[in-house]
Design a protein around this ligand. Structure first.
Ligand SMILES: C[S@@+](CC[C@H](N)C(=O)[O-])C[C@H]1O[C@@H](n2cnc3c(N)ncnc32)[C@H](O)[C@@H]1O
Length: 207
């Protein structure tokens, strides 16, 4: 299946991350993993840090109404943009302004997608709710990623899968190790070198 780039319009949302190479690589990974995802048959999916909303809307091209779509973002403008992109593409997305999945204590997701702020920055740059939150990742670009990994397992259903965008500087091999100790296998779905960045899309699932 070929996924079309969802319609989106960020003119009213200048503080929201514009879909970029990492975004489109993530969509390519979803497209590449079509057969795996079809077999998974997720009933409930969430994108953390949905930004414009084009990634979760791309997923919805595969599952349309057979899946319920959630999204979260620390940036409230991104939540509005995601809702708007959902409307433009006739996808109903429940988007909430929260840190990671902190408001979803009673939910088990079959699919969690996250293109995190992965750039190596000073820790002070991880503050507020603005556009800086789209890229500022602190030490090794890992601060937000590591925060998610602490208890991501409690948000995943028994068949649940986490798809994560990573940068070489994030030391993906360490993340694979952290997840292995929690009982998760990992597969590299896609990798791409773009000017200045070597990006990976990994998926993690229980053995
Ligand atoms: C690299 S951008 C990705 C945006 C979009 N998913 C895409 O692929 O184009 C990272 C997004 O994560 C959001 N974000 C950063 N830290 C977050 C956190 N702790 N909880 C939820 N969202 C967060 C940012 O506001 C931003 O929208």
């Amino acid at each position: 299946m070929t996924l079309k780039t969802p319609l989106y319009d960020l003119k009213k949302f200048s503080n929201v991350y514009e879909p970029s190479e990492d975004t489109f690589l993530f969509i390519d990974a979803i497209e590449k993993d079509f057969s795996f995802l079809k077999q998974l048959k997720p009933a409930i999916a969430v994108e953390i840090g949905s930004g414009s909303g084009v990634v979760i809307c791309s997923l919805a091209q595969i599952f349309s109404n057979s899946c319920t779509y959630f999204a979260t973002d620390v940036n409230n403008q991104a939540c509005l943009a995601t809702y708007n992109t959902g409307c433009c593409n006739s996808v109903s997305i429940n988007c909430s302004n929260m840190d990671l999945l902190s408001g979803f204590n009673d939910y088990l997701f079959d699919l969690i997608l996250f293109n995190p702020p992965y750039v190596v920055t000073d820790i002070d740059e991880i503050s507020g709710q603005g556009l800086n939150r789209a890229w500022a990742g602190g030490v090794c670009g890992r601060v937000i990623i590591d925060k998610l990994l602490t208890d991501v397992q409690k948000y995943l259903s028994p068949k649940g899968v986490l798809y994560l965008v990573l940068l070489k500087e994030n030391k993906p091999e360490q993340i694979i190790d952290v997840m292995a100790r929690k009982g998760f296998c990992s597969d590299l779905v896609l990798e791409r070198r773009i000017p200045g960045e070597h990006l990976f899309i990994y998926k993690f699932y229980r053995k």
